[in-house]
Design a protein around this ligand. Sequence first.
Ligand code: M6R
Length: 615
Amino acid sequence: MCGIVGYIGKRQAYPVLIKGLKRLEYRGYDSAGVALITDTKGLEVYKTKGKVADLEEYVKDKDVSGTIGIAHTRWATHGEPSSTNAHPHISCSGNLALIHNGIIENYTVLKEALQRHGVVFKSSTDTEVLVQLIDYIQQHVGTDLLTAVRLALRQVIGAYAIAILDRNEPNQIIAARKSSPLVIGVGEEEFFLGSDASPIIEYTDKVVYLDDNDIAVLRRGAKEAEFINFDNEKIEHDVKTVDLNLGQIEKGGYPHFMLKEIFEQPQALQDCMRGRVNVEANNVVLSAVIDYRKELLNARRFIIVACGTSWHASLIGKQLLENICQIPAEVEYASEFRYSNPVIDSRDVVIAISQSGETADTLAAIQLAKERGAFIFGICNAIGSSIPRATQTGCYIHVGPEIGVASTKAFTGQVTVLTMLALALGKARGTIKNEDYVRLVQELDAIPEKMKKVLEQNDRIRDISRVFTYAHNFLYLGRGYNYPVALEGALKLKEISYIHAEGYPAAEMKHGPIALIDAEMPVVIVATQNPLYDKLMSNIQEIKARGGRVIAIVTEGDEKVKALADEYVELPKTVECLEPLISTIPLQLLAYHIAVQKGKNVDQPRNLAKSVTVE
Ligand code: M6R
């Protein structure tokens, strides 16, 4: 939810921290702050409401010397966005500065106890309790910082990634994690900290991913970071090499990450299918299906858990798995599933889908399913994130870092992995005819080229968007595999343009939403030439008969729908179950252009954050 950065070494810390915050700003952007141990004054904390650019402006004339520091960009949970509630938080003694990503669940109890001992709180955040508790232990038990952190964290319930500076111990940063991501970059006698590797890779590709309950000590001049657990036992960690380059996390000439990521989809899908789809041999191979053949082939049922866009991909996955593998599949919102009392056991396979791999609700759903004995299969994008580590096996989607808050290429990557999974299992189970299997493999391989054809219509879609910026409501319709696409199109529009939009199965329109239709409410309908084409045509007629305005997503050369619709975008022909991979693209572009026309901040929409690591 928030982004945290840290640096200790020989460089000036401030530029490293500010650049790092900009790379992490997708995680939260309502306030930002930095703490430095400067050359002259000791511990200095600068923080302000607003974005990282506002922090830079605020800090312009301040002392930003020093080679050690921590910084934070916030997405508010407890306490409104303000400079007081911004991180870093300073302890009563003025010795400690702390940044935090996560939620401290028992902060009220801890806060009241500290207040009874005279500790005065300045902010209304849950985070401040951490720095005050550590400070209190330091002062009253007389321990060093590391011991105080360890003792404090034993009392804390909740999720956190934290980093702390102590003005009296100016040659170290202490960091710790529980249920919130934290990565350490290991350079030549220097260390970096980040909520993910993006602030680090400019300086080093050597990283350590912290595990839950790890405390890290980053000492100036040391070659290695030290790790202990809450019982003061030493922990060993392998240093990993991160496979990420700067180009992947920069805009590369695009005005927004979202547009870049939409246009990356053909390449992203090729990366996703590389080594998995072999079109010469007409085969799909997933190592997870080879390694866990028994568990997957004998599944009594699939239960797919996810949130947001990943949940929409799951709805497509359900259809793929049921149609191709003949195994019943259910889709659950992870946030509901975690508090339900699901009837599941070891014969069920739970598929958890998440771009970030850090979504708190999805992680909790996995935990519950595990406790009930289900086999857990993860589909994630962020390498080394918490969900792949919490699942028994799974597949990465390998579409590269997704930075735009509105998810785009992760959706098509997730659908591609679900397609490959269904094909691999369907073939192994003998539930798909060989000729159908071969056709699907060939068609899947051809999708990136077909995506390019859709992307070529970007200018046309931008022109369409100009006509519809007036609208306060949109309706999105689709059927079968394209119903989740309608939901996804509506979500994209809501997220970045703040226009109200509803996604519906087209046939449901007559059961209610038809009452809303007039010239003021555009209807986006995916009306491709699939088995329900005639029924979709009737839906379009019904909308037109009521004065509605139709933007139709049609199969290339379909003159009938083109003549009926007010606006249209053409899709190359493909098999029905693969259509979402291309029909989603015009809806992503439509939302993008409408938001741009309306002057909205596409990459940082209000109130949202990229990974939702809190409930
Ligand atoms: O990282 P995840 O896939 O688990 O995230 C799930 C949702 O929070 C996410 O898809 C959200 O709905 C996006 N902002 C959609 O664009």
